[in-house]
Design a protein around this ligand. Structure first.
Ligand code: NAD
Length: 462
């Protein structure tokens, strides 16, 4: 697709501000109509979206539906189901200081939003914030990832056919287009991607004091304690790590496995990988591909062949890297120096919980996710309450993000703000606080002259 020239980007953003100010996005029916049209367009184009995902990332149809189109449709349906209730002003108590009166919080749209999407779930991670933004009554300029050009094309087609560009527009392109977009004045920028680019986005937003939501990445640990159900653990870890060939922001990045069960665990892990993808995963219909050659080279450079227990092979022409497990990894290995974002699973052993704290804290950022496999309530409580991370699972991996009742987002360097379900609606809304004071009485307490009033004030405030 031809890149959008800068003057056209400027005009587009200006038109969206005019459109937003017209109030046409505000009513429930307008939002409902937009969401229904988006859902119907996704359903109509499902085959083409799946084909694009196959071309760009080798996504198996099951993953394409389960993690991209199906989940987007489900998200819209759930949003439509709850929208009226979400939009209702929320009554809150009114303090004695401001009686008599009533207090409410109104959820009002932020305005004109820029949504920047990443390449790994290139359809879903564009649609999920778009759905929340429309539900909250906003307009959106959407920038799909240029790394998945076929998906970017189909997103632009769907948006172009479904919406007036003053309401929702897609702008394809690379860094130049994103930079042109970031120079505009938006009311909110929702960015999903790397920590490095997140920082560029935040700096650009600061120029206009634009609030940002940053959905970033990081090295998410997965802990397997000695009392874990190992059969369940390997099933859920293999799914979480190797779905989309490891290109998942919340994939278990590395494993911390208790020394006493490491051998048994590795045997089960190896056989589970074999069960899922066969002897040669390049022939499995259920295994994806790396997005491009640059990322393939980057990931392969993280593998130390002397530490490989399973996998370790690549087919460059096919952008294939085998599901790989590395044992006896230390924090000095290259694989522990950056977010892996590929099908490589390093294993580090530990003896006690202090080793876990030390490892997690030695890495540069608070992880986006943490997974713990353990039957012990005290271990569960100790680790989930003391380590800083975005969110996670006990005895599972990845699946917390499939529950829209759990806000999804990072902390520290793994992100700012959360979304999904009502949290998404909230993220794209301004909470406008309104105190409606009664007029039948007007207590003289808070007005000058203050003489003889302080002691009474002390009484009610104390
Ligand atoms: P990326 O940061 O390279 O790119 C994301 C977006 O930013 C793309 O649309 C790209 O066009 C744009 N971009 C790239 N360079 C830019 C620049 N210099 N200026 C302005 N815009 C620029 O991320 P990616 O490689 O597409 O995705 C992988 C990263 O995203 C991983 O770190 C992963 O953990 C993270 N991620 C996070 C989530 C989450 O929900 N928290 C989800 C998916 C991916």
């Amino acid at each position: 697709m031809t890149p959008t020239p800068r003057p056209q980007i400027e005009l587009l953003v200006r038109n969206q501000h005019h459109f937003f100010n017209s109030g046409k996005t505000l009513g429930h029916d307008a939002r409902k109509d937009s969401l229904e049209r988006l859902r119907s367009a996704i359903k109509t184009r499902e085959g083409a979206i799946h084909r694009a995902l196959k071309q760009d990332l080798g996504k198996p149809e099951f993953e394409a539906y389960g993690t991209e189109t199906g989940i987007s449709i489900h998200d819209i349906t759930q949003t439509l189901k709850h929208l009226k209730r979400w939009m209702r002003p929320k009554r809150v108590p009114t303090s004695i200081l401001v009686q008599p009166g009533k207090s409410r919080v109104l959820y009002t749209p932020l305005g004109v939003n820029l949504i920047i999407a990443p390449y790994n779930y290139p359809f879903q991670l564009a649609m999920a914030p778009l759905t929340a933004a429309i539900a909250a009554g906003n307009t959106v300029v959407l920038k799909p990832s240029e790394m998945t050009p076929n998906v970017s094309d189909i997103i632009c087609k769907i948006i172009g056919e479904t919406f007036d560009p003053s309401l929702v527009a897609a702008v394809p392109g690379e860094v130049e287009q994103t930079t042109a977009l970031l120079s505009q004045k938006f009311d909110h920028i929702f960015f999903t991607g790397s920590t490095r680019v997140g920082s560029i986005v935040m700096q650009a937003a600061a120029r206009h004091l634009t609030p940002v939501t940053l959905e970033l990445g990081g090295k998410s640990p997965c802990i397997v304690h000695h009392d874990a159900n190992l059969d369940i653990a390997v099933r859920r870890i293999v799914r979480g790590k190797f779905i989309n060939a490891g290109q998942t922001c919340v994939a278990p990045d590395y494993l911390l496995v208790h020394k006493s069960i490491k051998k048994a665990f590795l045997t089960k892990l190896t056989s589970r990988i074999l069960d899922c993808f066969g002897k040669d995963a390049s022939e499995s219909p259920d295994y994806g591909r790396i997005v491009n050659h640059a990322h393939l080279k980057r990931i392969m450079a993280l593998i130390d062949p002397t530490k490989v227990v399973v996998g370790g092979k690549a087919l460059e022409a096919e952008r294939f890297i085998a599901p790989t497990v590395m044992d006896n990894v230390t924090l000095d290995d290259p694989v522990m120096k950056e977010e892996i974002f590929g099908p490589v699973l390093p294993v580090i052993e530990y003896e006690n919980l202090d080793d876990i704290y030390r490892t997690v804290e030695a890495l540069p950022q608070h992880p986006l996710a943490l997974y713990l496999f353990s039957g012990s309530k005290s271990v569960q409580e100790a680790l989930t309450s003391t380590i800083r991370f975005g969110g996670g699972c006990i005895n599972n991996s990845l699946m917390h993000l499939a529950n829209p009742y759990l806000p999804f987002g990072g902390v520290g360097e793994s992100g700012i703000g959360a979304y999904h379900g009502f949290a998404g609606f909230e993220r794209f809304s301004h909470k406008k606080s309104i105190l409606k004071s009664d007029t039948w009485i007007d207590l003289p307490l808070f007005y000058p002259p203050y003489k003889n009033k302080l002691s009474f004030l002390r009484k009610i405030m104390g």
